[in-house]
Write a protein that binds this ligand. Sequence first.
Ligand SMILES: Cc1cc2nc3c(=O)[nH]c(=O)nc-3n(C[C@H](O)[C@H](O)[C@H](O)COP(=O)(O)OP(=O)(O)OC[C@H]3O[C@@H](n4cnc5c(N)ncnc54)[C@H](O)[C@@H]3O)c2cc1C
Length: 376
Amino acid sequence: MNADVAVVGGGVAGLAVARQCLARGLKPAVIEARDLASGATGRNAGFAMTGLSDPYATLIETFGRAMAREIWVTSQANLRELVDEVAMREQIDCDLRPYGSLVAGWTQDETALLSRSCELLREDGFDVAWCEGTALAERLQSLRYQGAISVAADHGVHPVKLVHGLAQRVKTQGGFVLENHEVRRVEQHSEGVRVHTGRARVDARYAVLCTNAYTRALEPTLGQHVRPMRGQALCLEGVQNPLQTLLYTDDGFEYARPLGHDRVVAGGWRRAFAHDEVGLGDEATDGVQQGIEQWVRESWPQWSAARVSHRWSGAMGFSADGLPLVGVLADRSRVGYAVGFTGHGLGFAFAAARAVMRCLLGEGSAGIFAPRIARV
Ligand SMILES: Cc1cc2nc3c(=O)[nH]c(=O)nc-3n(C[C@H](O)[C@H](O)[C@H](O)COP(=O)(O)OP(=O)(O)OC[C@H]3O[C@@H](n4cnc5c(N)ncnc54)[C@H](O)[C@@H]3O)c2cc1C
C-alpha cells in the first residue's frame, strides 16, 4: 500500500494527525493494532478542557509564566479547532456539549491555590471566573466544594464518535484506515519510510507514531519517556438532577460529568492506588472502583437510587512533566511522534497534530511540545 503519511495508532492523536494530512493535501494511512479507539481514547471520559491538570499557579512555578501562558493559549486553540472546525464546519458528529467546567478545590489548600490561579489567569487575559456559594452548589448539585475556577469554553465530547467520524473522512477523501494491523517495524530509506505490520507493508514519505502508552514495544528509546498509567471510570444511570458541568477536582484525580439527562460519568481515585495503577493492564479493579463510587455517594448523597451501569479502565501515556512530546526521531528524520498525552488527549491532540506535521515538513518547531529531554 502507498500513502504520503503512515500514521501508527488509531486513537484521537492518530486521527488528528490524519486530519492534518488531509488539510495539507497529503494522503494518510492510519494503521491500528486493534479496532479504532481501542486505547485510552475509547475509555475516555470526554472532557475537552483548557490547560493541564496542574493549577495555573503550579504551572507558572514549573514552567515559568510565559510558558504557562503558552500552554493555556495552545489548549484554547486546540479546543477552538475541535468546536469551530471539526464539529461545526466539518460536521463530525461527536456529541459536543458546551457544559463549561468547574475546577474545584478538594481541600482548603487546593481551594486557595485555585483561587490564586484564577487571579493569575485573569491577569494573563484568560476568560475564567471564580465560582462559589449557591452558584457553585447549584451547578455541581453538591455542597462538598467551597470554590472553583469556572471555564465557560470547556466542552464534553464523545471521543469514540469523534475518532470514527474523523476516520470516515479519511476514507472518503482517499486515505486508508487499516484496523487489526500491529506495526512491527518502521524503517527509513533514502526516499521515505516502509512500515511493516504482520500482514501488510505501507510505503510512505513520512510516518508518525501516535502510540501513546504503547510506544515502548515499537520504539523503546522513545517509549522510555512515556509511562503507561491506568485510569478508571464508571457510569451511573438513573441519576436525578445530575451536575450541570464538567467537574475536575483533587488536582484532576477525580472528575465527573453529566451524560444526557440522567447519567453521570465519574472517574479517578488513582492517587490512593499509585503503585498498582501502572502498566498497560486495562481491567477495572475493585479498590479503585469502590473509591470512585464512595466519592460519588459522599458528594451526591441524593443519588443513592442511581446504579452503576458500566465500569472500565484504559492505559494512558504519561510524560515526565504532563505535556505531550512531539518531534522527529533522532535516528530517522522522516518519522515523527506525538505521544505522552498524560490524561489530556482531547485537550491537545489537534494542536499536537499541527506541531508534528510542522516538524516533519521542516516548517517549524514543536513549540510547547518540544521534548524537554535530551534525545529521544
Ligand atoms: C478512564 C480514562 C479517562 C480519561 N478521560 C479523559 C478526558 O476526559 N479528557 C482527556 O483529554 N483525556 C482523558 N483521558 C486520556 C485520553 O484518553 C488520552 O490522553 C488520549 O486518548 C490519548 O490518545 P492517543 O491517540 O495518543 O492514545 P490511544 O487512544 O491510546 O491510542 C493509541 C493507539 O495506538 C495503537 N497502537 C499502539 N501500538 C501500535 C502498533 N505497534 N501498531 C499499530 N497500532 C498501535 C493502540 O492500539 C491505540 O489504539 C482518559 C483516559 C482514561 C483511561
